[in-house]
Design a protein around this ligand. Structure first.
Ligand code: NDP
Length: 332
């Protein structure tokens, strides 16, 4: 088997040289463990943070050790009754062909309702993040005007659709470039789209939501957060889901100027970590799986093929090469 290791820590934007593909012997398993042949792995912006040697909500990746992250695969050997050989499972030891997973950390997937890789995207933590944001963190209210950033991405494309499902009257998304903004409207059901590269976010928001916005799902931070605070109506709410504009920063990232507007507009800004909402995953999957099947929830994936392409996929998700969920398909 092979695994991708962290060869060096990036300064600023990561480079392919920060990663190393290593050949290893296929590991053996102990009691209550399973050997999983990974078939798909998730590629997520938060992984950039784990490449830094800093204290955060997840420990940093270690130098010369394999990276980690969400993956699905087939159990090829098992020493656990709960997770038999042949099962398809999800777990958190991606970035390698074969993973030794404690049975307690493997979730057996029902691949009759959706393909395995859907559990890394719309039916996994990606979808749950969007669901938690608009139903629990800052619940959407009937008639809300909603703004979503990184809206053509994995979380954003689902958050926009769920916001409408749960009562928004108008949903505006922002993304980089005309191909993505067209998709927002034609494919993901947004009412209007902002190309943040084409001009001022603030001006475009003022045109598309002249009476302001009520709810902002923030995946970007920085310039987007500043513009959203400016456009918020009194009592507006902001779900602080991510801040990707700052993930490659080498120093303090710029925050919103005129932040005091949050005070006199009586705004609520609330952060979240999806793992605090895992208890909602079963109800969310039960609700969303039929929507995927009947097409009422539209999703897209961007797939890189081969473990050796995983570093390029991580660089890609950070610079916007993806529409929808970024995945790596591992050899079969
Ligand atoms: P996406 O699929 O949205 O991919 C990231 C996207 O961010 C890119 O496609 C790119 O799209 C956009 N982007 C990159 N740099 C910038 C920038 N400087 N300004 C504006 N947009 C930028 O990834 P995910 O859906 O997985 O994640 C979206 C956000 O949600 C991230 O911030 C992530 O960290 C966060 N997140 C948080 C979780 C939590 O528990 N709080 C859980 C999961 C995700 P474009 O071409 O439009 O620029």
């Amino acid at each position: 088997g092979r695994e991708i290791r962290l060869a060096s820590r990036p300064v600023g934007e990561p480079e392919l040289a920060n990663f190393e593909l290593a050949d290893i012997d296929i590991p053996t398993i102990g009691d209550e463990q399973v050997l999983v042949r990974n078939t798909w792995m998730s590629v997520d912006p938060y992984m950039r943070g784990r490449m830094n040697d800093v204290e955060s909500y997840l420990p940093p990746f270690q130098l010369d050790a394999p990276l980690e992250g969400g993956a699905v695969g087939e159990v090829v050997a098992s020493r656990s009754d709960a997770v038999p050989a042949g099962a398809t499972v999800s777990h958190f030891l991606g970035w390698r062909d074969f993973a030794v997973v404690d049975a307690a950390d493997a979730t057996v997937l029902d691949t009759t309702i959706a393909p395995a890789e859907a559990y890394l995207g719309a039916l996994g933590l990606t979808g749950l993040t969007a669901y938690a944001a608009v139903t629990e963190v800052t619940p959407v209210r009937s008639g809300d005007v909603v703004f979503v950033s990184a809206a053509a991405g994995a979380v954003g494309s689902i958050a926009g659709q769920l916001a409408r499902t749960f009562g928004a009257s108008r949903v505006i998304g922002s993304a980089g470039g005309p191909a993505k903004t067209t998709k927002l409207v034609e494919q993901f059901g947004f009412d209007a789209a902002i190309d943040y590269r084409a001009g001022s976010i603030e001006k475009q928001l003022a045109e598309l939501a002249p009476d302001g916005i009520d709810l902002y799902v923030d995946n970007v931070g920085g310039d987007h957060l500043e513009a959203a605070i400016g456009a918020m109506r009194a009592g507006g709410r902001i779900a602080m889901v991510g801040s990707i504009s700052g993930y490659n920063a080498t120093g303090p990232v710029p925050g919103p100027r005129d932040f005091f507007r949050a005070q006199f507009k009586s705004l609520t800004l609330r952060g979240m970590i999806v793992t605090d909402y895992l208890h909602l995953l079963p109800e969310y999957v039960a609700m969303a799986a039929p929507w995927l099947v009947d097409g009422s929830l539209r999703t897209e994936t961007t797939v890189y093929t081969g473990l050796d392409q995983a570093p390029a996929a991580l660089l890609g998700v950070l610079n916007g090469s993806n529409v929808g969920k970024m995945l790596v398909r591992l050899g079969d």
